[in-house]
Design a protein around this ligand. Structure first.
Ligand code: SAM
Length: 279
């Protein structure tokens, strides 16, 4: 089989623990491209040898050479060579290198083929028991506590499930800051997914901190979205005009009433202003 197309960049997800999670298609692509660009060639070598893949030339593409390596990849593709990108684990571009080369390839009108496959956050989300209707993924929070606090402050009113990656040596700190800023929300720690010691810790932040857990390995933190109060949800069921009038009756001036309606409805003040103007 050689269905590999030239002038096409292949983005190939690899297992996040269990090697059996690689897809047939990923093995086929990796077996048949001429070049594989990998985050850490030593890690990828182990994966390739497990699947008896020996043909491709292995090159380095990581966060510190992303720009230069991207140029090399683009040149290879333009010269009709075949190239795949992998990272150490999971899907390229998801809290991992990938974005830069994809952007450049699009600018150069090259084709991108993104293979579906393992990624830690979706695997964790569907098993978390938290709402999957709406969710947001933020990757790693900033290492600095002040920046971490600021991001969480900005997220505290969001009602969707919030998903983060975190390193084991920061997990307790991060949970403590989450407790301080988001309150005692329900969280899920998905640890070592697809590996021998896979576990899901579910409960309030205080319970999880109190009971303690093995802080080794790889982890995803999933946080329940902010709950609307009964009053907020009643107000959000009203028309925008009724909602606005409610706050006027409560004694707020027009500007503050509009601001409050916008906040309750998680939209901008100008949206509310424009809507009321048209009435
Ligand atoms: N590209 C990867 C993906 O698609 O999920 C993510 C790479 S990022 C550098 C590594 C982080 O992903 C870890 O610190 C952890 O938060 C999460 N992660 C990766 N593998 C995991 C696993 N088996 N169990 C739990 N979390 C994992």
């Amino acid at each position: 089989m050689n269905e590999i197309e030239s002038k096409t960049l292949y983005l190939v997800p690899t297992p996040i623990g269990n090697l059996e999670d690689i897809t047939y298609r990923a093995v086929k692509v990796l077996s048949n491209v001429e070049y594989i660009f990998a985050e850490d060639t030593r890690v990828t070598k182990i994966l390739l040898s497990h699947f008896n893949i020996t043909k491709p030339v292995l090159k380095s593409y990581h966060e510190y050479n992303e720009n230069e390596a991207s140029e090399v990849i683009i040149d290879l593709l333009k010269n009709n060579h075949t190239v795949a990108i992998v990272t150490d684990a999971g899907t390229p571009g998801i809290s991992d290198p990938g974005y830069v080369v994809v952007k450049k390839a699009i600018q150069e009108h090259l084709k991108i083929v993104s293979l579906p496959g393992p990624t830690a956050f979706t695997t964790a989300l569907v098993a978390s028991g938290l709402s999957t209707n709406t969710f947001s993924f933020f990757g790693f929070l900033d290492h600095k506590k002040s920046a971490k606090r600021k991001t969480l402050e900005n997220l505290k009113d969001r009602s969707e499930t919030l998903i983060f990656y975190e390193a084991p040596h920061r997990i307790i700190d991060t949970l403590e800051i989450m407790y301080e800023i988001l309150g005692d929300r329900q969280v899920v720690i998905a640890r070592e997914i697809t590996k021998k010691f896979e576990e899901y810790l579910r409960g309030s932040i205080s319970k999880i901190l109190e009971q303690g857990f093995n802080v080794k390995g790889e982890m995803v933190i999933l946080v329940e979205g902010a709950k609307q109060t009964q009053l907020e949800s009643k107000l959000n069921d009203l028309s925008i005009e009724e909602h606005y009038n409610y706050y006027l009756q409560q004694g707020l001036n027009e500007k503050d009433a509009m601001k409050q309606v916008a906040k309750d409805r998680k939209t901008s003040k100008s949206n509310i202003y424009n809507y009321l103007l048209k009435k």
